[in-house]
Design a protein around this ligand. Structure first.
Ligand code: PEP
Length: 251
């Protein structure tokens, strides 16, 4: 069965609640005919306005992070139940910026992915190599290791629900996109790793996005590749005309 594409915006630390409301107002009419699942992942402070405004539309809302514990003394953190209460359906886990600046490790990524799955929130689980790793020829080992550690103790039924985002760190926010062939090669490698860890049906079902300077001009080529099931989009998700060109890549 063909996998439905999933196009998700990662707003990062951009847009106040009133700016978020303006952008969502612009987005609703221009993404409404997308053949993909359309998601906007917003700063925590914008989630309330985002879930309210997108009710009854084809836009689903995601958070950019969450904690793995139920509740308690974790100042500044957000629990899965808090996201669920607002109607948040997705959560980005293990983005390279969180790994780099906020000390996230494969262990904490795995805990968060497992908690999201337990709660019925779809994790968008990020992996990707640095330029140094690519140039040293250890990209494949690194990606395989991340997938194995981040998916530890997750059964095949749950694994099928995970969205994996392949984001080469050297391509994030740099304007340097991986070529469609480079992105396809790694997304195929990720699918092969899932097949080894689980089985062929799980590998066929799981959705794998590419992220890293995806934009209105390169999205169609990237999304035409057989193992690329969508995109995680940073900069280009902050402008409605650009994001809508990506969500309408096939029109
Ligand atoms: C991202 O941060 O997930 C991302 C892909 O950013 P950009 O599209 O700006 O490279």
């Amino acid at each position: 069965m063909a996998r439905k594409k999933i196009i998700a915006g990662n707003w990062k630390m951009n847009k106040t609640p009133s700016q978020a409301a303006e952008l969502i107002k612009e987005l609703i009419p221009v993404v409404k005919d997308s053949d993909a699942d359309v998601v906007i992942c917003t700063p925590a402070i914008d989630l309330s306005v985002a879930t309210e405004m997108t009710k009854g539309t084809n836009i689903a809302v995601g958070a950019e992070n969450m904690h793995w514990e139920e509740s308690g003394a974790y100042t500044g953190e957000i629990a899965a139940d808090m996201l669920l209460d607002l109607g948040v359906q997705y959560v980005i886990i293990g983005h390279s910026e969180r790994r780099e600046y906020f000390a996230e490790t494969d262990e904490t990524v795995n805990k968060k992915v497992r908690k999201a799955l337990e709660k019925g929130i779809t994790p968008i689980m990020c992996c990707g190599e640095t330029l140094e790793q690519r140039e040293a020829g250890v990209m494949a080992e690194h990606i395989r290791m991340q997938i194995k550690l981040d998916m530890a103790e997750i059964n095949a039924d749950d694994a099928k629900k995970v969205v994996i985002a392949y984001e080469p760190i050297w391509a994030i926010g740099t304007g340097k996109t991986a070529t469609a062939d480079q992105a396809e090669e790694v997304c195929a490698l990720i699918r092969e790793t899932i097949k080894e860890l689980y089985d062929a049906p799980t590998a066929e079902a799981i959705r794998i996005q590419y992220g890293g300077s995806m934009n209105a001009s390169n999205a169609a080529e990237l999304l035409s590749k057989p193992n690329i099931d969508g995109g995680l989009i940073g900069g280009a998700s902050l402008k409605a005309p650009d994001f809508s060109k990506i969500t309408n890549w096939n029109k």
